[in-house]
Write a protein that binds this ligand. Sequence first.
Ligand SMILES: Nc1ncnc2c1ncn2[C@@H]1O[C@H](COP(=O)(O)OP(=O)(O)OP(=O)(O)O)[C@@H](O)[C@H]1O
Ligand SMILES: [Mg+2]
Length: 259
Amino acid sequence: MSETVVLKIGGNEIDDDAFLGGLARAVAVLRTRAAPVVVHGGGKEIARLQEAMGLQPRFVEGLRVTDEQTLTLTEMVLSGAVNKRLVARFLAHGVPAVGLSGVDGGLLRVKRLEHPSGDLGWVGEVTAVDPTLLRLLMAQGIVPVVSPVSLGPEGRSYNVNADQAAAALARALGADSLAFVTNVPGVLADGRVVERLLASEAEAWIGQGVISGGMVPKVRAALEVVASGVPEVRILDLDGLQSGGGTRVVAGSPTAGRP
Ligand SMILES: Nc1ncnc2c1ncn2[C@@H]1O[C@H](COP(=O)(O)OP(=O)(O)OP(=O)(O)O)[C@@H](O)[C@H]1O
Ligand SMILES: [Mg+2]
């Protein structure tokens, strides 16, 4: 069995032609030695459509507050336009790919997320993963491309932060590695990429505001995956994916974690 590599692709550059071409080439290369699973976001395009419809994007600790209308357009953007754009581009680069969302085949089941800061609306937290469909595709050499919109208990779709969806999939698949590909070269502190991010310093940096916005759910998801035993978890950009750079997220305290 080849290595299982989960790639989470952030939404900030997912409408950029050069980025999509670079990503498709990177996945084509990766596929020669590993079985990739791609999970994607699309935050920027959801915000654009929200604004076009006169809705104001709102976030709580990097998580999108999702009312009824926002849920509908989130599903349109993520499980529709963005998902098919990635699949089309992968196929054009000779990468067999199939798009699906967390709803399809009951891949990702959620319950309503209870956030200490208040009600986020139709936002889910993953409670169960059924990777059967992914394994069927991977066994055929097909790259699954997953939108994080997922299945709620009353048979409705829920918005799930894509970092959290990628983390849940990586755990359930027992992945060898998880890379969060985003629009910054890694976790930044004092303008520099942190090479190794330790669990003990991450929460302190979130508290101090050094880590903020969309980086908060990403770092927390990364820490959870590391704690569950996935050996390699990184936060990086597309260049870092190709060159092996970025931030490696590791368990432990500063003294235990550093040689
Ligand atoms: N310490 C930090 N280091 C790096 N980026 C940070 C930091 N604190 C906040 N950020 C912000 O986090 C952003 C990445 O999160 P964001 O949610 O926007 O992207 P994504 O998760 O890749 O995309 P999507 O949410 O669409 O999947 C960066 O562009 C940056 O603005
Ligand atoms: Mg994000």
